[in-house]
Design a protein around this ligand. Structure first.
Ligand code: SF4
Length: 215
């Protein structure tokens, strides 16, 4: 939230300055990086930058616990190095054959809720006739690679049931990939996590999406 507030403030400053400058120049929002660096959000994040990457260490769980405890409580990020993740998030997904399916309990309607009920609580709405904002670079990749090798992770990592593998009526016995884009709550997980990097999240029509309201 703070980084978003700083972005908005930087853009407003740039628009004010632009009104005083000669016409036709692009908006200069280069002050954003400095605004972030000078804010408390940068200080907080810098202090914990090594905690998550320390999960990947030769000593395993105990190595991570020892390091993150020391770093969080005493060092507070004051070390002359920054640990790295072994690769991008999407490349870390294991093939389904190397994993055990998780048996999740059913939603109880008290503390946990059905996925579509949760989506309806966000008030998400997209005009029906707008262009689909979730685009596939290659329409065949989802079934041919993601379903075959990774058991269709989109149907699990999307929190709004946007992606489904359904029976392909035109090809009995086969599946096809279906995108229910009107449910999208704009979390962008699919853009980041798709192991084939084949889903491109584009900006939908203005104003559409989750309608969070304070009641
Ligand atoms: S942005 Fe989030 S909610 Fe929308 S399709 Fe991707 S994973 Fe689902």
């Amino acid at each position: 939230m703070k980084s978003g507030m700083l972005a908005a403030e930087t853009v407003v400053d740039a628009i004010v300055k632009d009104n005083e400058a000669p016409q036709g120049q692009p908006l200069d929002v280069s002050g954003y990086e400095e605004a972030i660096r000078n804010s408390w959000v940068y200080k907080e994040l810098y202090e914990v930058r090594n905690v998550r990457p320390s999960f990947h260490n030769p000593l395993g769980l105990y190595g991570f616990m020892a390091w993150s405890g020391l770093d969080t409580l005493f060092l507070k990020g004051r070390v002359p190095f920054t640990l790295k993740h072994p690769g991008p998030d999407y490349a870390m997904l294991k093939p389904a054959k190397d994993c055990k399916p998780i048996d999740y309990p059913k939603a109880d309607g008290v503390v946990t809720f059905d996925i579509l009920e949760s989506v309806s609580r966000t008030g998400t709405n997209h005009a029906e006739n707008q262009p689909v904002h979730l685009r596939l670079k290659d329409p065949s990749v989802q079934v041919e690679r993601n379903l075959t090798e990774f058991a269709g992770p989109e149907a699990r990592f999307c929190p709004a049931a946007v992606y489904e593998y359904v029976d392909d009526e035109a090809n009995p016995g086969k599946k096809r990939f279906q995108i229910n884009s009107q449910n999208c709550i704009h979390c962008k997980t699919c853009d980041i996590k798709d192991p084939s990097q084949n889903i491109n999240w584009t900006v939908p029509e203005g104003g559409d999406g989750p309608q969070y309201v304070l009641t």
